[in-house]
Ligand binder design. Structure first.
Ligand code: FE2
Ligand code: FE2
Length: 362
């Protein structure tokens, strides 16, 4: 038998075969799959247009009874993720529709979730015994393992965007799920109590001792966020990369609204063109209002109100507002920061703007 570096190929092949038969692999054979010089996200820059999804949602509301679906939801599946029901490798983005008179019964799960209201009025979410009515643009949290149900007491269907960290929780294999036999949970607090307790800016109720990793505030009203953004826009342009951008925080700690998901709302004044930058972790954007475009890795994505798009991890991106635009966005940076994994970098060439090499065609 040959030995040393000049070993016959058949010996090496036999060796690899034997290693594989023992459920093992030579680390040197794995190539770039194991360690990469920089992030190589599988998720693609992608956009789901409201003009296409609105009719699909209303068809779902006619064809699919909520009893059949538990939640009547269309999941955005990023085409880079091989059919997996996720928008990025760690986060989901879904549209949900609830008809007048319906109740989506109470359940709880270890993945955290939130919703941003897209269209409609008169529906509520109850979380841990507290009910809140939801208006367009509102951001409502249902943190990990909290009981939640929804109902529509209005006259028209209501649609919202759901964000969840299900892919992350499943990757860790820590998913639990539970549901109530009765449709709605009992109400144990006055409606919108958390908004009154914690929604007054920099003030905190002295007699409340909120425990837990998530925000005690259930509903972050859009109208308040919009007013705050507009007040700031009078005297500052905010960040060169994000415009006037505010993070939804846990009023108890100043940290992210949910332990695993950071959520933001940003205002881009008409004509604003931000400089390009990139950061680790995929980000999902949802257009609350306005019209404009974003350039992601050189590709132009024209968006308007209620569209949803993905900026993958470490992809350069910049935004242009044609009309006054308000974008909601979320990412998994709270999963990176405690471990020193979060990085950000400005695009230095060409005055901070990418060359546009193509346009998203869907
Ligand atoms: Fe849920
Ligand atoms: Fe960014």
């Amino acid at each position: 038998m040959a030995s040393g570096p000049g070993a016959q190929m058949e010996d090496l092949d036999l060796f690899y075969q034997d290693v594989q038969n023992h459920n093992s692999r030579g680390l040197w054979t794995l190539g770039g799959d194991n360690l990469t010089t920089e992030p190589e996200p599988k998720a693609l820059p992608f956009m789901w247009k409201w003009s296409e999804f609105r009719p699909l949602m209303y068809r779902a509301s006619e064809l699919v009874p909520v009893e059949m679906a538990e939640r009547r939801v269309l999941v955005f599946a990023n085409p880079g993720l091989a059919g997996k029901p996720s928008a990025t490798s760690t986060l989901m983005a879904n549209l949900q529709i609830i008809n007048p008179g319906e109740i989506a019964r109470s359940h709880r799960h270890t993945p955290s979730a939130f919703r941003v209201i897209v269209e409609g009025t008169g529906a509520y979410t109850t979380v841990e015994g507290e009910k809140t009515y939801m208006d367009e643009g509102d951001f409502i949290t249902t943190p990990s393992w909290t009981w939640h149900d929804h109902g529509n007491e209005g006259d028209t269907p209501m649609v919202w965007l759901d964000g969840l960290d299900v892919p992350f929780v499943n990757m860790l294999e820590v998913g639990f799920y539970d549901q109530l036999e009765t449709q709605a949970q009992n109400l144990t607090r006055a409606d919108d109590m958390s908004l009154r307790l914690y929604g007054a800016g920099s003030m905190r109720p002295t007699w409340e001792h909120h425990q837990g990793l998530h925000s005690p505030l259930l509903n972050y009203k859009f109208q308040r966020a919009y007013e705050a953004l507009k007040e700031l826009a009078k005297d500052t342009e905010g960040s060169p990369y994000d415009g006037i951008c505010l993070e939804y925080t846990n009023p108890q700690t100043g940290g992210p609204a949910m332990a695993t998901i950071a959520c933001f709302v940003q205002l881009l004044e008409p004509g604003r063109h931000t400089k390009a930058h990139r950061h680790t972790g995929g980000t999902i954007f949802h257009v609350i209002k306005g019209k404009g475009y974003s350039v992601i890795r050189g590709e132009r994505f024209d968006w308007q109100a209620k569209d949803t798009f993905v900026v993958p991890s470490w992809a350069f991106h910049e935004h242009v507002a044609e009309d006054e635009a308000v974008l909601f966005s979320y990412n998994d940076s709270p999963l990176q920061q405690p471990f020193g994994l979060y990085r950000e970098e400005a695009y230095e060439e060409n005055g901070g703007h990418q060359l546009v090499t193509g346009a998203f065609a869907g």
